[in-house]
Design a protein around this ligand. Structure first.
Ligand code: ZN
Length: 149
């Protein structure tokens, strides 16, 4: 048994069953919708920023276990973080999911590393990155829905 893999699986299931920061954020400064046609995942991300920091973030939508857990983990990772760091964190996370040679133990990623197993299932990468693409649209006030393809 690979205990690290077990732990990661536990984190993903926990965030799928009990998503953190789930629901609408009333009077959000920025919001965007996203859609992953391959799997049918839908997400809406709401954020508030103040002084260049993400002060609050929530999401709602319907998705598979990976999409929901990833959105939940993202809200925890991003809340309280400077907007300027969000893009870099997404890049690191994307590398974790797509580059088998990348380091799963990257401390910067924290709990996001729980999704490292997705790299074994390339089609699920879009599930795991949907919330992040949607967050980018929200940060840039892009009125177009984020579509992973
Ligand atoms: Zn999915």
């Amino acid at each position: 048994m690979d205990t690290l893999a077990d732990l990661y699986q536990e984190v993903v299931f926990d965030h799928y069953r009990h998503p953190r920061n789930f629901g609408r954020l009333e009077h959000a400064d920025h919001t965007a919708a996203g859609h992953n046609p391959l799997c049918g995942d839908q997400v809406t991300v709401f954020i508030n920023t103040e002084g260049g920091v993400v002060t609050d973030i929530r999401f709602e939508g319907q998705g598979c276990a990976i999409a929901t857990a990833s959105a939940s983990l993202m809200t925890e990772a991003v809340k309280g973080r400077p907007v300027s760091e969000v893009e870099a964190l997404f890049k690191r996370f994307h590398t974790l999911l797509t580059d088998r040679a990348s380091n799963e133990d990257d401390e910067e990623l924290g709990k996001l590393a729980a999704l490292a197993g997705v790299r074994e299932f390339p089609v699920r990468v879009k599930c795991a990155t949907l919330a992040w693409h949607t967050l980018e649209h929200a940060l840039h006030d892009n009125p177009e829905p984020a579509v992973t393809e």
